[in-house]
Design a protein around this ligand. Structure first.
Ligand SMILES: Nc1nc2c(ncn2[C@@H]2O[C@H](COP(=O)(O)OP(=O)(O)O)[C@@H](O)[C@H]2O)c(=O)[nH]1
Ligand SMILES: [Mg+2]
Length: 218
């Protein structure tokens, strides 16, 4: 048992070294970076497509999946600058994977980079990629008890995007409960109810991104 604890702490220590190199690169290039984490199907790519419609190629995205380039293809079609990481099985992105992707990405004239992590509420929360902030995405169809059940992500997330609010008439989900549970874990968290279908909430969410970009919120 002690051996497995040691291996895990070595993995995190090795990851942290590369995450700090990524962070130094982002600071040098004056680019804000959000690490977007949520379940498969919560709407991460759909949110980014709406953002791409506004910011076009100045929005840079690194998107992670086990396999396929579907998401990067979608985001390029939506106008963003996008690159895909296929992890081949890993349930989260590591700082080294992001570093490798960055070597193939032109960051000139980019102010905001979003890393769409592999769909998973658990593992990605434990790996620093060098980001400015972690952003959690939770859709209303997943259930309002998820922040209480999966606190690692919701403790670390600077903002929680509650997506698919257009489905609220059809599912049992309390935004107030999510708000309360998230505040218990992190009293500074910002909550953004969103719908990619109707566009609800995007004005506020994109204003927040602009504040992160201009370093008005950390
Ligand atoms: N009703 C509704 N469906 C959504 C919304 N956002 C995404 N979807 C749908 O949810 C599914 C998964 O979306 P996707 O962006 O691929 O999720 P990801 O796996 O988190 O990247 C797709 O069928 C989307 O069309 C939303 O706000 N409302
Ligand atoms: Mg996706």
């Amino acid at each position: 048992m002690p051996d497995s604890i040691k291996i895990s702490s070595n993995i995190h220590a090795a990851n942290d070294i590369v995450a700090n190199q990524n962070r130094a690169l982002f600071a040098e290039r004056d680019i804000a970076v959000l690490n977007m984490i949520g379940s498969p199907g919560s709407g991460k790519t759909s949110i980014l497509e709406r953002m791409a419609a506004r910011w076009g190629a100045s929005l840079a995205v690194i998107t992670g999946d086990i396999q396929t380039t579907f998401d990067a293809d979608r985001l390029k079609r939506a106008g963003a600058t996008a690159i895909q990481i296929e992890t081949g099985g890993s349930c989260h992105l590591s700082a080294a994977m992001v570093q490798k992707a960055l070597s193939g990405m032109n960051l000139d004239n980019k102010k905001l980079l979003i890393i769409e992590n592999v769909g998973n509420l658990v593992c990605p929360a434990g790996f620093d990629l060098g980001e400015s902030q972690k952003i959690a995405v939770l859709s209303v169809a997943e259930g309002d008890e998820k922040p209480a059940k999966y606190p690692a992500l919701f403790t670390r997330a600077a903002a929680v995007l509650i997506n698919k609010v257009d489905l609220l008439p059809y599912v049992k989900f309390s935004i107030d409960r999510v708000r309360e549970d998230c505040f218990k874990l992190n009293s500074r968290v910002k909550i953004f109810p969103l719908s990619c279908t109707t566009g609800e909430g995007f004005k506020e969410w994109m204003e927040y991104c602009e504040m992160v970009e201009s370093k008005k919120v950390f």
